[in-house]
Design a protein around this ligand. Structure first.
Ligand code: PGA
Length: 251
C-alpha cells in the first residue's frame, strides 16, 4: 500500500516567527497520523522550521532548487545547500514557477536529477490549463510533462519520485477537480509511468492531487484509488485547517 503524503506549500508566505508558531501549534495535532506530513516553506524559514520540527513527525521541504551544486548563479539555492541544513523534500516545477519564472520540462528534469544526487525527496508538479482541459488535451499534457520530467532517471529514482497532479485552473481558485476527474488524471499518469518503467515501478509512485484542497474535500479526494495525498497551498497556512486535512482519516 502506498503511503499518503500530505504536503503544505506555503508559497511566499509566513515570516520565521509565524513559521515556528505554526509548527509548535500543529505538532501535537498531527503527531499520531500515519500519513507523511511535509511543510514546504520559503527559503528564509527553512532553518527555523527545521529546528521547530526537530523530534516531531513533520518533515521540511523547500519550494525550488537549482540543478547545479554551486557556482555563479546569483540568487539561486542548490540541492546540496538544502541537504546540508537538513531539508528532506523539495517541490520541483510548480506551475507558478513554470508560469512566472520560465521553468521548463528541461529544467524540471535537471532539477529532479540534482535532487536525487543530493538525496532530496522531490515533489514534481504537473498540470494542465483550463484551455488545455477544454480542448481535451489534459491527459496528453500531464503525461508528456511526466515523461519529460522523469527522462533518464533509474527505475528506483522514478519509484521514489512524488508527483503532484495540480490542474492549474484549480490552484488558488476555490475550484477543485471532482474526485473522479482527479483520480482519472492520476491514473493516466500512472499508466504512462507503467508503460515507460513497468507496472512494479508505477504502483510504487506516490501521486498527489493539488488545487484547492480543503478540510471539506480532503476525505473524498484522498479516498480515491489512485490519489496518494495532496499538495496543499492556501489551506496549509492555517493550523486547524491543515491539521484537519492531515487527519482526514485516522488509521
Ligand atoms: P491551493 O494551491 O491549495 O491554494 O490551490 C495548491 C498549490 O499550488 O500547490
Amino acid at each position: 500500500m502506498r503511503r499518503k503524503v500530505i504536503a503544505g506549500n506555503w508559497k511566499m508566505n509566513m515570516l520565521p516567527d509565524a513559521a515556528i508558531r505554526f509548527i509548535d501549534e500543529i505538532t501535537p495535532m498531527v503527531k499520531d497520523t500515519k500519513n507523511e506530513v511535509v511543510l514546504c516553506v520559503p527559503y528564509t524559514d527553512l532553518f527555523y522550521a527545521l529546528l521547530a520540527a526537530q523530534n516531531t513527525n513533520i518533515k521540511i521541504g523547500a519550494q525550488n532548487m537549482h540543478w547545479e551544486e554551486s557556482g555563479a548563479y546569483t540568487g539561486e539555492v542548490s540541492g546540496k545547500m538544502l541537504k546540508a541544513i537538513g531539508v528532506e523534500y523539495v517541490i520541483i516545477g510548480h506551475s507558478e514557477r513554470r508560469q512566472y519564472f520560465a521553468e521548463t520540462d528541461e529544467t524540471v528534469n535537471k532539477k529532479l536529477k540534482a535532487a536525487f544526487a543530493n538525496n532530496l525527496k522531490p515533489i514534481v508538479c504537473v498540470g494542465e490549463t483550463l484551455e488545455q482541459r477544454e480542448a481535451g488535451m489534459a491527459n496528453d499534457i500531464i503525461t508528456s510533462q511526466t515523461e519529460k520530467a522523469l527522462d533518464g532517471l533509474t527505475d528506483e529514482q522514478v519509484a521514489n519520485t512524488i508527483i503532484a497532479y495540480e490542474p492549474i485552473w484549480a490552484i488558488g481558485t476555490g475550484k477543485t477537480a471532482t474526485s473522479e476527474d482527479a483520480n482519472n488524471a492520476i491514473k493516466a499518469i500512472r499508466n504512462k509511468i507503467s508503460n515507460l518503467y513497468g507496472q512494479n515501478v508505477s504502483e510504487r509512485v506516490i501521486i498527489q492531487y493539488g488545487g484547492s484542497v480543503k478540510s471539506t474535500n480532503a476525505q473524498e479526494l484522498f479516498s480515491m484509488s489512485d490519489i496518494d495525498g495532496g499538495l496543499v497551498g492556501g489551506a496549509s497556512l492555517k493550523v486547524d485547517e491543515f491539521a484537519k486535512i492531515v487527519n482526514y482519516r485516522k488509521d
